[in-house]
Ligand binder design. Structure first.
Ligand code: NAD
Ligand code: MG
Length: 393
């Protein structure tokens, strides 16, 4: 049976890999709508490649360019918030949510509809508004399938037993480009060096998050909401080969792990599948050729973002929302060369500690979460302006 699919973030790294998976199984999917951020030409191209019925660009000013690029194709288009919402509202069995950052929360949340499946790549949705989002998903009977490779692996490993028997669920990190660098060297690294990921090819924000290890911290919070596991039962291991993505240690000492070559098409195909698995013509994992797999503990001294995220998860309430917002602003400033690498963790730490004094409870709705998110963003922006002032003095 053909499944209809809508792709949010279709022009990004996950969006492009999703297009590859869909095109390898043309008879199994029909693409209803594709959504992109600013690049009208890229969106028009993916819409045509996939034979989508509707293409929506978030940036309203790209409306004409998109219309022109699609003229004569029979593909409808729109631009701006209402067009994105229209794309989300259209009939589709599955919505693949791969907009980057908190910008993905509102459209991903709007995509929750009875009986639907959400293939979720946009982890920031769950970090910003995890409880509210998951409560709504459960209420509406929406199945959330994790696309994030670690969570996709955990999803399978966890299916081997009961939640109560899980002693620890572990997600792995490749360690990013600075795994072997000294703190002094990392302190001077620019965004280009931070973006040179040794294993994965990804979008710009997640690349920086991987260099700071904030990505792993966000993933711990994501795992907490997806699998109903508290902070004490979640852990991170650094694993440079990025072959083992997630491990579940059971209370009898046995471990169930998910392994695959590091290619996002594997978890994407898995999150899109209906029953059984989609056959994928990808290179197979040859463990004998790899020879050995190595693991080490993360160094939270050189990568303080990981401990900040762990602390936010433990503290609960609105702290993950605040952490996520401050991080997004700090990462943008770092990419714009306005702050240094360790200013990212410093901004996050200061904003988190300011908000922690207010003991705000976990946002009950997505709107509440976005309100706290805005406040935390403003606090982070102010701090970054202060940094700029100090540097100028
Ligand atoms: P990317 O930057 O390559 O792509 C982001 C996509 O979102 C693009 O299509 C962009 O046009 C669109 N977009 C940006 N702002 C938008 C807005 N306001 N409205 C509508 N669309 C908008 O990012 P990516 O690497 O593909 O990551 C996407 C998400 O998936 C992130 O949340 C990331 O954490 C998660 N993820 C990515 C990977 C990976 O390997 N790339 C792995 C796991 C999880
Ligand atoms: Mg991941």
């Amino acid at each position: 049976m053909t499944r209809s699919l809508t792709i949010l973030g279709a022009t990004g790294s996950i969006g492009r890999s999703t297009a590859d998976v869909v095109l390898a199984h043309r008879d199994e999917f029909r693409v209803e709508a594709v959504v992109g951020g600013r690049n009208a030409a890229a969106l028009a191209q993916v819409a045509q490649r996939l034979g989508a019925k509707f293409a929506a660009l978030a940036d309203e000013s790209g409306s004409e360019a998109l219309k022109q690029a699609l003229s004569g194709t029979g593909i409808e288009s729109g631009a701006g918030c209402s067009a994105v919402l229209e794309a989300v509202e259209r009939d589709a069995d599955t919505v693949l949510a791969a907009i980057s950052g908190t910008a993905g929360l509102a459209p991903t949340h709007a995509a929750l509809k009875p009986g639907r499946r959400i293939a979720l790549a946009n982890k920031e949705s769950l970090v910003c508004a995890g409880s509210a989002f998951m409560t709504d998903a459960r209420r509406l009977g929406v199945e959330i399938m994790p696309v994030d490779s670690e969570h996709n692996a955990l999803d399978h490993a966890l299916a081997a037993g009961f939640n109560r028997d899980v002693e620890k669920a572990v997600i792995t990190a490749s360690g990013g480009p600075f795994r072997t660098w000294t703190r002094e060297r990392i302190a001077k690294a620019n965004a280009k060096e931070a973006s040179a990921h040794p294993v994965w090819s990804m979008g710009s924000k997640i690349n920086i998050d991987s260099a700071t290890l904030m990505n792993k911290g966000l993933e711990l919070i994501e795992a907490h909401h997806l699998f109903d596991l508290e902070a004490e039962r979640l852990d991170v291991l650094v694993h440079p080969e990025a072959i083992v993505h997630g491990l579940v240690q059971w209370n009898d000492g046995a471990i169930t792990a998910g392994l695959a070559l590091p290619d996002m098409k594997v978890p994407i195909a898995n999150a899109l599948r209906d029953q059984g698995r989609l056959t994928m013509d990808l290179p197979r994992l040859d463990l004998a050729a790899i020879g050995r797999l190595s693991f080490e503990r993360p160094d939270e001294g050189r990568f303080p973002c990981l401990s900040l995220a762990k602390a936010a998860l433990k503290a609960g309430g609105a702290m993950p929302t605040v952490l996520n917002a401050a991080n997004e602003i700090a990462v943008e400033a770092y990419m714009a060369d306005q702050i240094k690498f360790y200013d990212i963790s410093e901004v996050v730490e200061i904003v988190c500690s300011t908000f922690s004094r207010r003991s705000i409870s976990a946002p009950a709705t997505v709107a509440d979460a976005l309100g706290i998110d805005q406040e935390a963003r403003q606090a982070a922006q102010q701090l970054i302006r202060d940094y700029a002032e100090t540097t100028r003095l």
